[in-house]
Design a protein around this ligand. Structure first.
Ligand code: THU
Length: 134
């Protein structure tokens, strides 16, 4: 179920604030994220880069790992904010991690520097995630 407008706007503000903590000295591309759970809790994240480049972690995964490590298990919305003028798109690795803890109806909200946003679902972005069905 899609977030209500007021709630969405609060989460967008939170994601934009989380972008302030981004550690992005190599790319200069700052990202903030919020993972919102079925229990109504919000976990923020930012991208954290590394001198070895490959160890860089995206904001989305930082937010998801914070949520899961606090005993949450279902994410219902993921907000991603950048200061860039282009709309952000979550990378394939983050989408696969989202699929582990969310249904295909996960609401993914992307926010660009001017504050305009788009609402997508995980199914739009990753229609065939790898899943081990039991
Ligand atoms: N990045 C994210 O945090 N999320 C995305 O959806 C795409 C990319 C980060 C990783 C790296 O720190 C910087 O953006 C440039 O790729």
């Amino acid at each position: 179920m899609a977030l209500k407008k007021a709630q969405l706007e609060d989460l967008i503000a939170l994601a934009r604030e989380a972008m302030g903590a981004a550690y992005a000295p190599y790319s200069g591309y700052r990202v903030g994220a919020v993972a919102f759970t079925d229990k109504g809790d919000a976990y923020t994240g930012c991208n954290v880069e590394n001198a070895s480049y490959g160890l860089t972690v995206c904001a989305e995964r930082v937010a998801i790992w914070k949520a899961i490590s606090e005993s949450q298990d279902q994410i219902v919305a993921l907000v991603i904010a950048v200061e860039d003028k282009e709309m952000p798109r979550p990378c394939g690795a983050c989408l696969q991690v989202m699929a582990e803890f969310a249904g295909q109806d996960l609401q993914i909200v992307t926010v660009r520097g001017d504050g305009s946003y788009e609402s997508l679902t995980l199914d739009d972005c990753l229609p065939m995630p790898f899943r081990l069905e039991s």
